[in-house]
Design a protein around this ligand. Structure first.
Ligand code: PFF
Length: 446
């Protein structure tokens, strides 16, 4: 059966940018920028995103569009009778595990959003640290909210590529940008906001440690959703002659812009109110409620902020579920619906131990909870492995003439670019990924 296609280029761009822009760009990232050298770190991240993330994104796009097939069949098509299609299986496993704990954080966002909408979130003098701890460590709320997030994901993905993912992305992504603009204006119009802007962006090369640089490298592909082959599946819904170069650049641009906007929406307001940023989960669930509590119309603003996070997380979750569903649906809409529910429920169950991790911190293995292990496995092992295999695959195994044709549609004006591109994929990226991997495993003498 024939697969669905995006209704337009913009639909594809919004869905893919939706996959890229997620917790990585708007939650983890602003904080890392601020504490790792501000503008200096940002510059390094920008260079890596363009030099490493973009070529990889193009590699996944080329595989998907040229075959028109989902992640496993695409590799089978390009390298028949070989084991290269295992990259597709690796991608499916990576995305499933990623979604299993992504949905836990997504669940907290759903819960906080409901609390904010019903006026239950902000209370004068509330200790938001305690509230967060109670929310995450209560097994019922943790699992129920995770289930709620997965339900939203399943229902939308089950509606199809056009009617579900694209339609939702067309609403959520512009919504996300509008909300960001409102929040940036709010943040930048508070007296005393300058200190926060300085904290976020002032270049400080002395803080740019090798650890920070390697982190920026890892983030450059995490933030663009490459390595898990879900961009292969998304680009397979393009027409054979649809352009790739400009959409890829737009996705990278939107992603970088969003990371910047997130920092600008948060830090100036925080400093204007004389508060200190917390990192990790604390920033979103502890610092932000405390910050909005002090602002006029705080309840309204925190609700919009949480809606923004929810949109960003959901549109990433769609791509994580889609790669698995597409591999089994064979383009049949009824089968697709069944697969959505089946795998959605399996991934939810897989994520339950992660959801319960926060109430059972004593239950750890080598000092890490299940949640932390899942995050570690995906971020430090599976995604870098996927990136390595994909760059080696396109660099060495992808049929040469076909790649030439593909390249002429990516950058028609830059013919010799293909040599540079191949050099990147064959030599530079594998070396870099191996370094990131060794660093992630703490095997580098830093
Ligand atoms: N790009 C997403 C984020 O920054 O939150 C995470 C992600 C989604 C990574 C899909 C990898 C992936 F395949």
């Amino acid at each position: 059966m024939k697969n669905e296609q995006w209704t337009s280029k913009i639909g594809f761009i919004l869905a893919s940018a939706g996959s890229a822009i997620g917790l990585g760009a708007i939650w983890k990232f602003p904080n890392v920028v601020a504490t790792s050298g501000g503008g200096a770190f940002f510059l390094v991240f920008l260079i890596f995103t363009l030099g490493i993330g973009l070529p990889l994104l193009l590699a996944e796009f080329v595989i998907g569009r040229s075959t028109g097939k989902e992640a496993v069949s695409a590799y089978k098509d390009l390298a028949p009778k070989s084991r290269w299609h295992w990259i597709g299986y690796l991608g499916m496993a990576t995305c499933s595990i990623l979604l299993s704990f992504y949905s836990v954080v997504g669940g907290w966002i759903v819960l906080y959003f409901i609390k904010a909408m019903t006026g239950q979130l902000l209370h004068q003098g509330e200790d938001y640290g305690v509230l967060f701890q109670m929310t995450t460590s209560n097994p019922y709320t943790a699992v129920l909210s995770q289930a709620g997030f997965m339900l939203l994901t399943i229902v939308i993905v089950a509606k199809g590529v056009k009617g579900g993912i694209e339609k939702a992305s067309r609403i959520m992504m512009p919504g996300l940008f509008i909300i960001f603009v409102i929040l940036m204006i709010r943040s930048l119009t508070l007296p005393g906001m300058g200190a926060g802007l300085t904290y976020f962006l002032k270049p400080d090369f002395s803080q740019l440690t090798s650890e920070a640089v390697l982190y920026a490298l890892g983030q450059s592909f995490f933030c663009l959703s490459v390595g898990g082959s879900c961009m292969v599946t998304y680009s397979s819904y393009l027409g054979k002659h649809d352009p790739l170069g400009k959409p890829a650049l737009s996705i990278v641009g939107l992603n970088v812009m969003t990371s910047l906007m997130a920092g600008i929406a948060i830090f100036p307001a925080l400093f204007a109110l004389g508060m200190k940023p917390a990192d990790g989960p604390g920033l979103l669930f502890i610092t932000l409620p405390a910050m909005f509590e002090k602002l006029p119309y705080g309840t309204l603003f925190i609700a919009i902020f949480l809606a923004l996070f929810l949109f960003a997380t959901l549109t990433s979750a769609f791509s994580l579920l889609e790669i698995v569903v597409a591999a089994f649906a064979h383009g049949d809409p009824t089968r697709r619906r069944h697969m959505c529910w089946l795998f959605g429920i399996i991934i939810f169950l897989l994520g339950v131990p992660s959801a319960l991790s926060f109430g059972m911190e004593q239950l750890t293995l080598m000092g890490k909870t299940v949640f932390e292990w899942a995050d570690f496995a995906v971020t430090n092992v599976m995604l870098p492995l996927g990136v390595l295999f994909i760059s080696v695959f396109v660099g060495y195994r992808y049929p040469k003439e076909r790649l030439q044709t593909e390249w002429s549609s990516i950058a028609p004006a830059w013919r010799t670019g293909l040599h540079v591109y191949l050099f990147m994929l064959r030599i530079v990226l594998p070396i870099i990924v191996i370094i990131v991997f060794l660093n992630g495993m703490k095997w580098l003498p830093l």
